[in-house]
Design a binder for this molecule. Structure first.
Ligand code: SF4
Ligand code: SF4
Length: 267
């Protein structure tokens, strides 16, 4: 290693602290990790801020000497339970990365069906070990969540920067609906499109409504959101109960409401 490379990086003579970070995936499409690698415009700056010691999607090898573990995906097998517990033991900070990790994501739709039926339909004559889907915090303590399916790379970089320099992590408390309005969109309810924007945590800059597609709630509930009121508004706009349940159950953040609606009870 050259002398320059061995020297710790400094700013105004003060050594810059670079946390050791590692990325892991459990059951997932790996799209959240891909988002980080895709951010070519700022990837080098991001890599300057942290020391990546493990990232299977982006590098070979690696060590288990890390401080911050980013874990993508939900838990669907016993070996993943053990792996997650080991990651938790090694990491000072464990971050749930994306909807699968935060609430089970699209994977948790499996929990709506009998497990034996799922195994037969999905794996046929090649059965594998698979269990009901769990989010990370159903198994270990999670220090931080980064929402979205997929995550927004800009948000990850902001959160990692805040972690590296010791800032508080601040999430928007308001819903996607606010971002949608601020962007000057017309309300999708007025063009017959269902949308969970009024109850979903902001931070994606109304990604879907900006393209005239209703929000599916991938970032989970906004603080103090009024789900019951939204269901009532959607019913007034003529959306069927099945349509509303489809939206609520898709990513897992509102799954409990979907369950209650399905049994005919008002949540
Ligand atoms: S949250 Fe979405 S993008 Fe991320 S791993 Fe899960 S399915 Fe893929
Ligand atoms: S608009 Fe809704 S579904 Fe689309 S990215 Fe944002 S939170 Fe997710």
């Amino acid at each position: 290693m050259s002398e320059a490379a061995a020297k710790p990086k400094t700013f105004l003579g003060v050594p810059v602290y670079k946390p050791k970070v590692a990325f892991f995936e459990l059951t997932s499409c790996e799209g959240c990790q891909l988002q980080i690698l895709n951010n070519e415009g700022t990837l080098l700056d991001f890599l300057d801020l942290v020391e990546v010691v493990k990232f299977r999607e982006g590098m070979t090898g690696g060590t288990d000497d890390y401080e911050i573990a980013f874990v993508e995906g939900s838990v669907t097998r016993q070996d993943e339970v053990e792996r997650l517990k080991t990651i938790r033991k090694n990491a000072k900070i464990l971050v749930a990365l994306g909807s699968c990790a935060c609430f089970g994501g699209v994977n948790q739709l499996k929990n709506r069906f009998p497990l034996d039926w799922v195994k037969k339909e999905v794996y046929g004559d090649h059965p594998i070990d698979t269990a009901p889907v769990q989010s990370l915090e159903e198994i270990v303590k999670v220090d931080l969540k980064i929402y979205g399916c997929p995550i927004k790379k800009e948000e990850v970089e902001r959160i990692v920067t805040d972690l590296a320099i010791g800032n508080d992590i601040v999430y928007p408390k308001y819903p996607v609906c606010m971002e949608c309005k601020a962007n000057g969109n017309i309300c999708l309810f007025d063009v017959g499109e269902p949308c969970l924007g009024p109850i979903t945590r902001a931070g994606c800059n109304a990604w879907c409504p900006n393209s005239r597609a209703g929000c599916w709630g991938c970032r989970g509930p906004a603080d103090e959101c009024n789900v019951v009121q939204l269901i009532s508004i959607m019913e007034q706009h003529g959306f069927s109960r099945d349509t509303i349940i489809d939206r609520l159950e898709c990513f897992g953040g509102f799954a409990a409401y979907a369950d209650q609606l399905r049994t005919g009870l008002k949540p």
